[in-house]
Ligand binder design. Structure first.
Ligand code: SF4
Ligand code: SF4
Length: 298
């Protein structure tokens, strides 16, 4: 059996009495201080840590501690400034924002910072039961219409009531706006189709008018080209056969003369060709006939 500090029977009794007195003293101290209560000030208040005495607990929900201005609690969307760009829904990590946009036939309004609103929000729901209060949706919002409020107590008995509807259109109005836009698109497509059909007709008419006799271009007849007959150039030089006396016998002297004359004639031909290109005189070679010796009667 464990014994007290005095390690005796009466020592243990004394230790029990003194320790009970210490506890009762502390309890009586708080009971005495409970005559006052602390002022519910926020943690950002400079006197927050100066309130060392008084009742800490608050009679919630009749009183509560103030929430800092940057507190991230329930979301709120100011639909007048929402341009239904869907950025908040895209960035939400838990996909608790559901947006259905309907195109407008004209500009709906201007936001407070000058953005043009051209989309209706047929549905803009935020499921706060899924929200993890990360605040990403508020940072990407271009018009800063989506904010996190300081309302932290929004519990519901039915979880379906945690879905907040921010749409500014009733279901009937959404159907009407959608039909208006579809009608406009159909009219635009018909107008476009009609213009594409009209253009070829106009072009055809223009072509037909251009072929009328008033604007017809005169046909230019091609000049008749007659074939050019080249003049026949006759050889002015007399033929050798005409002037050369008839040679009845080819002597060695004659054959030598012929051989010497042949290249000279060729050169003469080349010079003649260069000088008179169109007319080529034909040089007739001398006719050489074998000499026939007359037989003498024996
Ligand atoms: S605070 Fe975060 S979780 Fe909640 S809606 Fe915005 S993006 Fe989604
Ligand atoms: S990001 Fe802002 S402006 Fe865009 S749809 Fe969300 S709440 Fe509207």
């Amino acid at each position: 059996m464990q014994k007290g500090a005095n390690n005796s029977y009466f020592g243990n009794i004394w230790e029990g009495i003194t320790s009970s007195w210490q506890g009762l003293k502390l309890s009586f101290k708080h009971i005495w201080e409970a005559r006052q209560r602390r002022t519910p000030i926020g943690i950002t208040d400079p006197d927050y840590f100066k309130q060392e005495t008084g009742i800490v607990t608050l009679t919630y929900p009749y009183e509560s501690l103030p929430v800092p201005d940057n507190g991230r609690y329930r979301l709120h969307n100011e639909m007048e400034d929402c341009i239904v760009c869907d950025k908040c829904a895209e960035i939400c990590p838990v996909s608790c924002i559901d947006i259905e946009a309907v195109k407008s036939t004209e500009e709906i309004r201007k936001t407070s910072d000058g953005h043009s609103v051209r989309l209706y929000a047929a549905r803009f729901d935020i499921d706060m039961a899924k929200c993890c209060f990360c605040g990403l949706c508020t940072t990407v919002c271009p018009t800063e219409c989506l904010t996190m409020t300081k309302t932290y107590d929004f519990s519901e008995f039915d979880i379906r009531d945690m879905i907040y509807h921010f749409s500014d259109l009733s279901p009937e109005q959404a159907v009407e706006k959608r039909q208006n836009y579809e009608t406009l698109q159909t009219a635009k497509q018909q107008a476009k189709a009609s213009t594409t059909n009209v253009q070829p007709t106009e072009e055809k008419t223009a072509e037909q008018t251009s072929t009328t006799p008033a604007t017809a271009k005169p046909v230019m007849k091609k000049p008749a080209i007659k074939p050019v007959t080249k003049p026949v150039i006759t050889d002015p030089t007399p033929s050798i056969s005409e002037e050369t006396p008839y040679v009845t016998e080819v002597t060695p002297e004659i054959s030598q003369t012929i051989q010497e004359a042949a290249p000279q004639d060729t050169k003469a031909e080349e010079t003649d060709q260069s000088e008179q290109a169109p007319a080529k005189p034909v040089m007739k070679k001398p006719v050489i006939k074998p000499m026939i010796k007359k037989k003498t009667d024996e």
